[in-house]
Design a protein around this ligand. Structure first.
Ligand code: TXA
Ligand code: MG
Length: 366
């Protein structure tokens, strides 16, 4: 399949108009088009067309039991998709849409085919905060089902080049809107039936503090990494290994939660250096993902490739660069990668969640 490339990042407004119109026409014909959002690039299809949506699963190699998020541009589209929207959900929409929050809502029977919901009786809905995404949804004239536009298991794409590397030749086209801003996916939440608790199924661009502030009378429960419990809804996608580079990624954290940040960083660095020396002696190609942003990590670590994602207390920068960094370790051919643990405040929680997925649970204590 020939994959069309539309540059809508730079260039004249008429060029962007034409790109959006062509991409929308392809979507209306049942095609599959990747587009930018404020979190990561999405791989879109007409959410009302089961055949088109099945094409997304085929292109990505995605497990059939993992439902898709439906992207909308107007509130009315949410009303058409959901069987009912409660007051807490309304308040969250008011506060965070357009933006990186996905609400899992009871699905209106028949509104979307089973391919979208993977047969669940709920549907994930979000209004992205990216002008090109919103224009594309409006021009297509229908909601777009869209997972992240990577091959299943790979890091999510934050540029059009990442999309083409994974899916070139397998999809109808990609609309290039430049690099995604936030860098990790949306926060997926579900409000419990009693209307008292917000379950965070996947941490993401909206932080727990922001949810707490928007719904101060609600309990916020992050269940994204808790063991399966009866009655707790799950995001089916969270059980799969994800975002994993080809090399083996290991997280190194400080075993003492009471250690002050400088001491914790030093212990982590010492442990990583020790691991590196042992591996280098065996001729293994090594990498380090550092969040120190001081003391020049390239010099601190005797590794073949050291990528520094900025200061540990500015997790926004780490979020923006994380997936591109994981892809770079692959291009470089790193066989063993050590990632410094990051404090889990703010969006650092989402970054650590993705790193734990990428590590397949390999964690070393320093
Ligand atoms: O930021 C994002 O959310 C990006 C952009 C493209 O919008 N999309 C994205 O889609 O990350 P995807 O398919 O890679 O991840 C969707 C997550 C999965 O973990 C999936 O299991 C969960 O949302 N999900 C979708 N619908 C659900 C539902 N009805 N119930 C529970 N979890 C759901
Ligand atoms: Mg994904």
């Amino acid at each position: 399949m020939d994959t069309k490339y539309w540059n809508a990042a730079e260039g004249a407004p008429e060029q962007t108009d034409r790109a959006v119109a062509e991409a929308a026409a392809l979507l209306r014909e049942g095609g599959i088009v990747a587009f930018p959002t404020e979190t990561v690039y999405g791989l879109g299809a007409d959410a009302t067309d089961g055949r088109a949506v099945a094409g997304i699963f085929a292109a990505k190699g995605r497990p059939q039991d993992n439902p898709l998020i439906v992207h909308i541009a107007d509130r009315e589209q949410a009303d058409a998709l959901a069987a009912g929207i409660g007051p807490v959900e309304r308040a969250l929409m008011e506060r965070f849409w357009p933006g990186p929050l996905t609400l899992v809502l009871p699905a209106r029977p028949g509104a979307v085919p089973k391919e979208v919901t993977a047969g669940l009786d709920t549907v994930g809905v979000r209004m992205p905060a990216h002008p090109l995404a919103l224009r594309l949804i409006r021009a297509a004239g229908r909601p777009l089902a869209a997972p992240s536009a990577n091959r299943s298991g790979r890091p999510s794409p934050t540029t059009a080049a990442h999309v083409l590397a994974d899916l070139g030749g397998r999809i109808g086209g990609v609309l290039d809107g430049g690099p995604a801003g936030i860098g990790v996916e949306s926060t997926v939440v579900r409000v419990d039936e009693a209307g008292r608790r917000i379950h965070v199924l996947r941490p993401g661009g909206v932080t727990a503090d922001q949810l707490r502030e928007a719904a101060p009378h609600m309990d916020i429960a992050d269940v994204s990494e808790s063991a399966k419990e009866a009655g707790v809804p799950r995001a089916p996608g969270m059980k799969y290994t994800h975002y994993a580079p080809q090399g083996e990624l290991v997280i190194v954290r400080c075993a003492d939660p009471g250690a002050d940040p400088a001491e914790a960083r030093e212990r982590i660095a010492r442990r990583i250096r020790r691991e590196l020396e042992a591996l280098r002696a065996q001729g293994v190609k090594t990498g380090v993902l550092a969040f120190q942003g001081e003391g020049r990590p390239e010099e601190a670590y005797p590794a073949d490739l050291v990528l520094d994602l900025g200061p540990a207390d500015r997790p926004e920068a780490a979020a923006r660069e994380l997936y591109a960094a994981l892809r770079r370790f692959d291009e470089f051919g790193s066989e063993a990668i050590f990632a410094e643990a990051l404090p889990e405040s703010g969006i650092g929680r989402a970054v650590m969640n993705r790193l734990r997925k990428a590590s397949g649970g390999r964690i070393l204590d320093a």
